[in-house]
Design a protein around this ligand. Structure first.
Ligand SMILES: Cc1ncc(C[n+]2csc(CCOP(=O)(O)OP(=O)(O)O)c2C)c(N)n1
Length: 641
């Protein structure tokens, strides 16, 4: 289904007739629309406010239905959406059935590559540019990448390859000195140096002009002259890094000056080979609250646009906060504990740890693979690293988990926030694969808490296991359970928890789904169906005895997990049953073999059947199809009479 309104005026065509004054006016109107929509729907505000002029200039000089724009991460593509036919539908962004918060090929032909995870744009641009060349086509290919995304290893791998291939493509480096929080690393320091040197561009041009005047006489002299040129250039021009990699460097350019932007884009349009334009922007530009607090307004829920205040929630603490508190309390008593984040300190709640223990905290940039190997080596060196990464982003580091952590059996703890359906960010961000990609790896324990208190207990226990451990927990508020700060219960490795015993059905639920299993159990009681509930706690190693003991006398076993069914927890249980010769109907509740779209987290859970009523319904259906429903009902009626 196309979400584009066919009658919508294409602003990207209109603006080609505009003069600077009109483009500036349009920038203001776009900013107003961004603030209006994001204050209602939530989303990535600060990044989009920062690229208004840059996006207008790109659409002014290029044509995105022919030329290819690849937005790194894609969270800053709202302005592109507005200009390329989605001005009217922007109000539906991130809503179920509405347009996505990220570029999506199926949504619009002006989106040429699906994105969501960081640092892929240069690889994608290089691939599209080579496809163009192989097919003998003619169009421009541009990767628009932030200085945060530039810290990701993939970006460097792609620069290295592009410089080697000498493919005609352009990288626009959108440098706002911020990742989600302040940017980190040597690359950031380097860009800062270039940015802060006002005479840099002039000096570069001057040096190049002089050097080009050196005459070339004979091979040997020419070679020597070239060498001298290189050396002089290197000494005189700060900012040679990209040129050394084979890119022609242009900039720094004021990313809010439309004339300057349009001018440089027009100039580079006809220059062949790999080029990089360094554009300086301000994150949150034009909205005071976002300029003052770009971190908070990077990704935000709905808020009051007059005050900048986020609309209040129920007051229960989030899983992230519970993790953050527990980490702090545990680390206070164990100085070997260090925390690692990959550019997500506030998202993972490690920012509080960073403030208290700056020397025990590492923000590695958007570099999940490096984070994991770095942690493995810290652990080898006798330290206890806690690596806090969203479930979806840890996908990047699968090999490092296998090769560097599990194989060496070193005690790295993975705190996997946003495990399960995350909601409005959609399929690139749902954390629904980690059970599958972790449970088959030897040596690692895979855990999931039923509530935010158990999360603390699991983290505490994991620091004692002396082995690799992963703890997955969902996005959003906890259950509201009371937590005694600094007091933890040790959980024996591989120990599940029987929450209630029943006669007919056994629920074996994982993490966020334990609460739903309890609801389903209560609903089923109204139909005289008696269900027991096990909180699995461990996906691996399983509490085999607890599960087998409770499964034997049941008519139906139900597994519930917020993960894909393929390779998930239910397969662990199916194997266990098989191994113990227990032949029972098994109802496996989880995410089917498809990518789940964006929308409110609770709605998506409902659509996947992962909620109390839905589970209870499925149980009844399964009992009917297994021929057990009438039997259970008759038996239980007799019991109750
Ligand atoms: C692999 C991966 N890790 C983490 C993230 C989360 N993330 C989204 S945007 C972002 C910061 C990007 O900074 P930058 O590229 O400078 O863009 P800006 O928002 O500052 O314009 C991060 C860390 C991600 N999308 N992908």
């Amino acid at each position: 289904m196309s979400l584009i309104k066919t009658n919508e005026i294409l602003l990207k065509d209109e603006i080609k007739k505009y003069r600077t004054k009109e483009l500036i006016k349009l920038s203001g109107e776009i900013r107003e629309q961004l603030i209006d929509v994001v204050s209602q729907n939530g989303g990535h505000l600060a990044s989009n406010l920062g690229v208004v002029e840059l996006t207008i200039a790109l659409h002014y000089v290029f044509d995105s239905s022919k030329d290819k724009f690849i937005w790194d991460v894609g969270h800053q593509a709202y302005v592109h959406k507005i200009l390329s036919g989605r001005k009217e539908t922007l109000s539906t962004i991130r809503k179920y059935g509405g347009i996505s918060g990220f570029p999506k090929c199926k949504e619009c032909e002006d989106d040429c590559f699906d994105v969501g995870h960081s640092s892929t744009s240069i690889s994608a641009a290089l691939g599209l540019a080579n496809a163009r060349d192989l097919k003998g086509e003619k169009h421009s290919v541009l990767a628009i990448i932030g200085d945060g995304a530039m810290t990701g290893g993939m970006a460097f791998e792609a620069l290295n390859h592009a410089g080697h291939l000498k493919t005609d493509m352009t990288v626009i480096l959108n440098d706002n000195e911020m990742s989600i929080s302040g940017n980190v690393g040597a690359m950031s320091t380097y860009l800062n140096k270039v940015r802060l040197d006002p005479n840099y561009t002039k000096r570069k041009q001057y040096v190049e002009n002089i050097l080009n005047r050196i005459p070339k006489i004979g091979n040997k002299v020419a070679w020597t002259a070239e060498k001298i040129k290189d050396t002089v250039k290197y000494l005189m021009v700060p900012g040679q890094l990209f040129e050394e990699l084979g890119f022609r460097y242009f900039g720094p350019v004021d990313g809010h000056n439309l004339d300057e932007l349009i001018d440089v884009l027009k100039k580079i349009k006809d220059i062949r080979g790999p080029k990089i334009i360094h554009v300086i922007t301000k994150k949150g530009k034009g909205y005071k609250f976002a300029e003052d607090n770009p971190d908070k307004f990077h990704g935000i829920g709905s808020f009051d646009k007059e005050t900048g205040e986020v609309k209040s929630s129920s007051g229960k603490i989030s899983y992230t906060k519970a993790f953050s508190n527990a980490l702090l309390d545990i680390a206070e008593k164990d100085e070997k504990i260090v925390a690692i984040t990959a550019a997500m300190d506030s998202g993972t709640g490690t920012d509080v740890f960073a403030q208290k223990y700056p020397h025990r905290f590492y923000d590695v940039g958007i570099a999940e693979q490096h984070a994991v190997t770095f942690a493995a080596a810290l652990a080898r060196g006798g330290i206890k690293p806690v690596v806090a990464i969203y479930s979806t982003f840890l996908q990047r580091a699968y090999d490092q988990i296998v090769h560097d952590v599990a194989l060496q059996n070193v005690p790295v703890i993975f705190a996997l926030d946003r495990a399960g359906l995350v909601g409005e960010d959609g399929p690139t961000h749902h954390g629904v694969f980690d059970i599958s990609y972790l449970r088959h790896i030897p040596n690692i324990a895979v855990m999931a808490p039923k509530d935010e208190k158990e999360l603390g207990n699991m983290l505490y226990s994991a620091t004692k296991y002396n082995m690799p451990v992963s703890i997955r927990y969902p996005r959003g508020e906890g259950t509201g359970v009371i937590i005694d700060r600094g007091v933890f219960d040790y959980i024996e490795k591989g120990q599940g928890e029987l929450l209630s015993s029943g006669n007919d059905v056994l629920f074996i639920a994982v993490g966020s789904m334990v609460e739903e299993a309890i609801k389903a159990k209560e609903i089923l009681e109204d139909s005289h169906i008696s269900a027991g509930v096990i909180n699995a706690r461990f996906i691996k190693p399983l509490d085999e005895n607890l599960i087998i003991e409770n499964a034997r006398d049941k008519k139906l076993i139900v597994t519930i997990e917020e993960n894909v069914l393929k390779g998930g927890f239910s397969e662990e249980i199916a194997s266990l049953m098989e191994d113990h010769g227990i032949v029972k109907p098994l109802l496996r509740m989880g995410i089917e073999d498809a990518f789940i779209e964006h929308g409110p987290q609770s709605l998506l859970r409902e659509k996947c059947g992962l909620y109390g009523e839905g589970i209870a319904e499925k149980v009844k259906e399964k009992l009917v199809s297994a021929g057990s429903f009438a039997k259970v009902l008759n038996m239980n009626r007799r019991k109750y009479l």
